[in-house]
Design a protein around this ligand. Sequence first.
Ligand SMILES: Cc1cc2nc3c(=O)[nH]c(=O)nc-3n(C[C@H](O)[C@H](O)[C@H](O)COP(=O)(O)OP(=O)(O)OC[C@H]3O[C@@H](n4cnc5c(N)ncnc54)[C@H](O)[C@@H]3O)c2cc1C
Length: 484
Amino acid sequence: MRRHLVWLRADLRSLDNTALLAACADASTAVACVYAVTPRQWQRHDVAGVRVDFELRTLHALQERLAALNIPLLMLHTPDFATLPADLAGLCQRLGIDEVHANRQYEVNEIARDEAAGLALGELGIALQLHHDQCAVTPGTLCKGDGTYYSVFTPFKRVWLQRLASAGCAPASSPRRRREAFVASDEIPATVPGFASHVSPATALHWWPAGEDAALERLAAFCSEGLAHYDSARNFPDRDGTSRLSPHLAVGSISPRQCLNAAFGHVARHGESADSAQWIAELGWRDFYKHVLTGWPRVCRHQPFRLETAPLRWRHDDADFQRWCEGRTGFPIVDAAMRQLQATGWMHNRLRMIVAMFLTKDLLIDWRWGERFFMQHLIDGDLAANNGGWQWSASTGNDAAPYFRIFNPVTQGRKFDPDGRFIREHIKELGDFSGDVHEPHGPGGSRPSLLTDYPLPMVDHSAARERTLAAFKDMKAAAEFSGS
Ligand SMILES: Cc1cc2nc3c(=O)[nH]c(=O)nc-3n(C[C@H](O)[C@H](O)[C@H](O)COP(=O)(O)OP(=O)(O)OC[C@H]3O[C@@H](n4cnc5c(N)ncnc54)[C@H](O)[C@@H]3O)c2cc1C
C-alpha cells in the first residue's frame, strides 16, 4: 500500500485543500499529515505568540476532523528551516513514505526551504509535489500584455475578476476516508516555549474560536448579516462591520475560494451590490499582495518596493516608538487602536492605516519598525498583506498613498469614530470623560484637561507634517542631484 504525507503549513483545513486532495487521489493510498513546529524560525520571522496559540488550537480542531478520515496528524519538532529538510526526510524514511504533498508558499525563505526539502527527499527517492492553493488566482499568472507584473491594484483587479469568472473558484470537497491509519497521531502541544500569547486565554477564545468549523460559521454569519452592509460599515471600528476572517485566512482554516464562493452565492441570491463588490475586492487585495511578493521578492527582504525611496532619512527614535507601541501618543484614535491590538491581537483595517500613517508620517519613524511590531502582535500576521499595508502608508510601496497625503489623526477619529465609542471602550482614562474625546486637551493640546490623566499629544501634527514633506522633498532633490 502506498503512503503519502501531506506537509501542512498555512493551509490548516481538511476541506478544499489542494495538497491533501492530491495526496488522497487514489482511494487505496494511506495518508498522514505533518505540521512542523520551528520555534527558531518563528523567532526570526517575528511570529506573534497569539498567532502560534491560534495555530495550535486550529491544529487541535483539524486533528479531530482528520481522525474521522483515518488520516493521522503528526508534529515535527525542528528548530528552523535549515534543520527541517533533513528532519522531514528522516521522518519520511521512518514511515516509508512514497510521496510528499504540500501547498506552495511564496515568501523567499519558504521557497528556499521547499527547494532544500525537495533535494533532501529526492536523495531518498521521495518526490515533493508542490501545489498552488493559497490564492484564488495563482500568483504570477496574471501579467500585462508585455509580460510584466501588475504593480497597480485597479487593473490587476479587473483581470483578476475576469479570471475568476472564466476559471471559476468553486471550492473542492473533502478527501475520501482512508481504509486505516498507518501511524498514531502525535499530541499537539498547548503552547510552544518562547511564544506566550500577549492576549488573555479568555479573550482569545471569545474573539478567535479556532478551526475550520468556526471559520465556516463565521463566514456564514457574515454573509447572512454583515455582507449586505459591508460597504457602509467597514470603516467604522466600533461596528462589527467586517468579516474578521483574517486569522482563519492567515493560517488557512478557510480558503479564499470558500470565501469568494460564498460571496458569489450572495450575489446570485441578492443581486450585485457595492457591498459584495467591495468585499470581493478586499479578497483581491489579499491575492494582489501575494502577487507583488512573487514579482518583487525584495519586499521580503526589508527593501522598499520603490527603490528610489530607500535613501529616505527615517528617524530611529526608541522613546517615540515606544509611546506608539504602548498607545500613549496623546492622539486618542491612534492609542485606542494600539490598545485594541494589545488586548485582542487584531486591529481594524481603517485603524491599521491610521496608526501606520501616524508612525511613518507624524513620527517619521521607519516603517520597518512598525511592520515588525505588527507581526509580533497580530493574530493574522501575514508578510505579504502586512508589508503591503505598511509600504502603502509609508508611500514606499506600489500603488501607495502619495507622500503628501497625510492623515490628520484627529480628523480621522472624528470621521470614523464620531461618537468616540471605540475610543472610550479602549482607553480607560477616557472611559468616563465627558468632553471631546478626540481632543481631550483641546486643539493641539492647548487646554490641558485636569479631568483625565490621558497624555498630551506627543507631536504637533502640522509641524510633523511639514517635517515629513521636507524629508521626502530632500530625498527627491538628492536623487535628482545625483542623477538617479
Ligand atoms: C499597515 C497594515 C498592516 C496589515 N497587516 C495585515 C496582516 O498582517 N495580515 C492580514 O491578513 N491583513 C493585513 N492588513 C490588511 C487588513 O487590515 C486586514 O486583512 C483586515 O483588517 C482583516 O480584517 P477582516 O478579516 O475583518 O477583513 P474584511 O474586511 O472582512 O476582508 C476580508 C479579507 O480580505 C483580506 N483583506 C482585506 N483587506 C486587505 C488588505 N488591505 N490587504 C490584504 N488583504 C486584505 C483579508 O484576508 C480579510 O480577512 C494590513 C493592513 C494595513 C494597512
